[in-house]
Design a protein. Structure first.
Lengths: 483, 197
């Protein structure tokens, strides 16, 4: 007997969510493919030269990443919106329309990136081909589309909660989405002065990934812990408020660590250094919280792969965003590491640990329900697949992170500290055997990451297919007092 | 849960979250206003666009313990002295071209971008491009045909031909010259200009 994926098991929001998840997984693959192409070019600079140059591959690599993660977040919120609010989504048709508009826009933008690539130095290029600002390269027309779709998403979340049941998660989520959509506007104007350009550009990049995204993931995590482990709502919501206080308390002014060297006043060295040094604290708190919750529930849960990925998230977020971020955040070291492979090393582990993991955890929750609330506990048929997918992806990303870190150390010493950052010093560092060996190792671990992805995609398609058991039902834990 | 101490209660943390977020954001707004007033072109840390008419250097400052941009004497770019409006127009063309050609996904500007090609923050002052007499010409030739005029330093990495016109190349060079005069708090450290100081 096999259990097919059947949308009759899903509510309206969940049907919309799986569409987002499918595109997310496809874009995840695109991220890896273009990352590999760019990685090969470090070792073989003539590879695809003049056809798909490094700047194109790298742009698609980082854009696919940002977009698949956003798709994962939007999907996750649509997934739990009806359950959390206790009513149907207010504008589901509009939400569906938004999904297709966004997906069509993403397709056109990527096609133009690949086929047209660049344009003349005028306003037309910025509006219709490429804005040329890292991470937010999407041309202006697409920016407007993104904002419209985000507003539809925001409307659905806010209005559904208002008409249904309000909760702590609902409140944090709604306010966070206002900030998330609003911040994008800070990246939507042209200015010649590059110091002002980068000042506002960091509002978008930093206040997204180091503040509002973290809080958004906190909301998704809060709901997941209740759903997965049966953690009591009061505990989860109190922790969520603690997280918001710590995350925004450190992250908002932690923005200053991007203002050390872009022309901004010297006081940013102190403010940025101090607050960004505090940024790991909420991530430590998350690890403490997750260990506590898992311990209280003796790791009893209704979806083993999802919980394993949640644990990977807790540690990955702490290591990648927290430790790797802290290592080069103080201006005294950042003077030498800024703009080197240190950043790449940090970026790889942080985005994987903080965001890829939680999205993958949610994909497993979705697949479980999609197959009619199938058993995903002990002795799951074919469990080796998710375990190996988790292992290979984590080893792959960690390996790339270490290889890039060594390249970053080498670059900081040879190019920066000794060579004084001239062009000849830059190339002396880039051609050094330590650097080239690191780049070769990065490719090895890149292939391991790809293998992990293939296994993950395969597993998501078949997990639970041959299970006959239903998932166990969880009872919310009783209050700890009086017992 | 009537025994919960105040510091473990949901309402305490809810209020804390709201106040901390609002306070931090307010402080950021105030600092943003102050920073904007200090980084507007021509107000101090970021030079006026006519700086492209001047000689620029980057020298170690004993008091600050890091290098600072030094602006002295006339050194018109491409032999022309530009007025404020013309200078801004040329630098703007350069900035728009730098965005249109997606330079930032190979190079870094002010240290931000990708790491496949050299940082452009002080590229104007880099000894690799020779003395000021030949520098603009060498840069222009390179930008207009980077494959034929490749500078790979044994790395094999070549900038692709991006169809940069002569006008756009002049704009880019003007932009790089202007950017090299921004006070970046000593970044990049230990950078020695063609002048050798």
């Amino acid at each position: 007997m096999s259990r097919p994926l059947d949308s009759r098991h899903l509510n309206g929001g969940q049907k919309l969510a799986v569409k987002y998840f499918i595109v997310a997984v496809i874009l995840f693959f695109a991220q890896l493919v273009f990352g590999m192409l760019a990685g090969v070019q470090y070792l073989h600079p003539d590879f695809l030269h003049g056809v798909l140059d490094f700047n194109v591959n790298r742009m698609v690599h980082i854009n696919a990443m940002i977009v698949w993660m956003l798709y994962g977040f939007i999907g996750s919120v649509y997934w739990f919106l009806e359950e959390e609010s206790g009513r149907e989504i207010v504008g589901l048709k509009l939400g569906n329309w938004g999904f297709w508009v966004l997906t069509a826009a993403v397709t056109v933008v990527v096609a133009v990136y690949l086929l047209v690539q660049t344009g003349p130095g005028n306003d037309f290029t910025r509006w219709f081909i490429n804005e040329g600002r890292e991470y937010i390269e999407a041309p202006r027309w697409a920016d407007i589309g993104i904002v419209v779709v985000m507003l539809i998403f925001f409307y659905n979340v806010a209005a559904t909660f208002i008409k249904g049941r309000w909760s702590g998660i609902a409140g944090v989520l709604t306010l966070d989405l206002v900030a998330l959509a609003g911040l994008y506007l800070a990246g939507m104007f042209y200015v010649t002065n590059i110091s002002i350009d980068q000042y506002w550009w960091w509002w978008v990049i930093h206040l997204w990934v180091e503040a509002t995204w973290e809080v958004l993931v906190g909301c998704i995590m809060a709901w997941t812990l209740m759903h997965l482990l049966g953690v009591r709502r009061k505990i989860v919501e109190t922790w969520l408020y603690i997280e918001v206080a710590l995350m925004f308390g450190s992250g908002i002014l932690g923005l200053g660590h991007h203002y050390f060297w872009i022309g901004s006043p010297e006081y940013w060295l102190a403010i940025g250094g101090f607050f960004s040094a505090l940024e790991p604290i909420p991530l430590v708190a998350m690890v403490v919280h997750s260990i506590y919750d898992s311990g209280v529930h003796k790791l009893r849960n209704r979806n083993h792969p999802a919980l394993a990925w949640v644990i990977a998230h807790a540690f990955g977020n702490f290591l990648g965003a927290g430790v790797w971020g802290f290592m080069h955040t103080l201006p005294q070291i950042n003077l030498y590491t800024h703009g080197t492979q240190w950043t790449t090393s940090h970026g790889h582990l942080a985005f994987y640990g903080a965001y890829a993991t939680i999205n993958i955890a949610f994909f497993y929750l979705a697949v479980q329900q999609w197959r009619g609330n199938v058993w995903m506990g002990a002795n799951l048929v074919g469990a080796w697949r998710w375990k190996w997918a988790l292992t290979l992806l984590s080893v792959g990303v960690m390996g790339m992170t270490m290889a890039l870190l060594i390249a970053g150390y080498e670059q900081s010493f040879i190019e920066r500290a000794v060579g004084g950052s001239s062009w000849s010093a830059y190339f002396a560092a880039q051609t050094h055997p330590w650097f080239m060996e690191s780049m070769a190792w990065r490719m090895v671990f890149g292939w391991i990451t790809i293998a992990g992805f293939v296994l993950l995609a395969w597993d998501l398609l078949v997990i639970g297919k041959h299970e006959t058991r239903e998932a166990e039902t969880l009872v919310e834990e009783p209050a700890l007092v009086g017992g | 849960m009537e025994h919960t101490p105040f510091w473990a209660s949901t309402s305490f943390w809810k209020k804390t979250a709201i106040w901390v977020t609002a306070g931090s954001f307010l402080l950021l707004i105030v600092l943003t206003f102050d920073t904007m007033s200090k980084v507007t072109a021509g107000t101090g840390r970021v030079p006026d666009y006519t700086v492209i008419n001047k000689r620029i250097d980057y020298r170690f400052d004993d008091k600050k313990h890091h290098s600072m941009p030094v602006i002295e004497g006339d050194a018109p770019l491409f032999g022309r002295i530009l007025n404020e409006e013309e200078a801004e127009r040329l630098v703007t063309l350069g900035k728009k071209t730098i965005q249109a050609k997606n330079c930032m996904n190979c190079h870094t500007l002010l240290g931000n971008g990708a790491y496949y090609a050299p940082d452009l923050t002080k590229a104007w002052l880099d000894p690799a491009w020779g003395g000021e007499a030949v520098r603009p010409m060498l840069m222009k030739m390179f930008l207009m045909d980077p494959v034929a005029n490749a500078r790979t330093y044994g790395s094999g990495r070549k900038m692709p031909n991006l169809g940069i016109t002569e006008q756009e190349a002049e704009g880019i060079i003007a932009f790089l010259k202007w950017m090299s005069a921004i006070d970046t708090n000593g970044f990049p450290y230990n950078f020695k200009t063609a002048g050798g100081r």
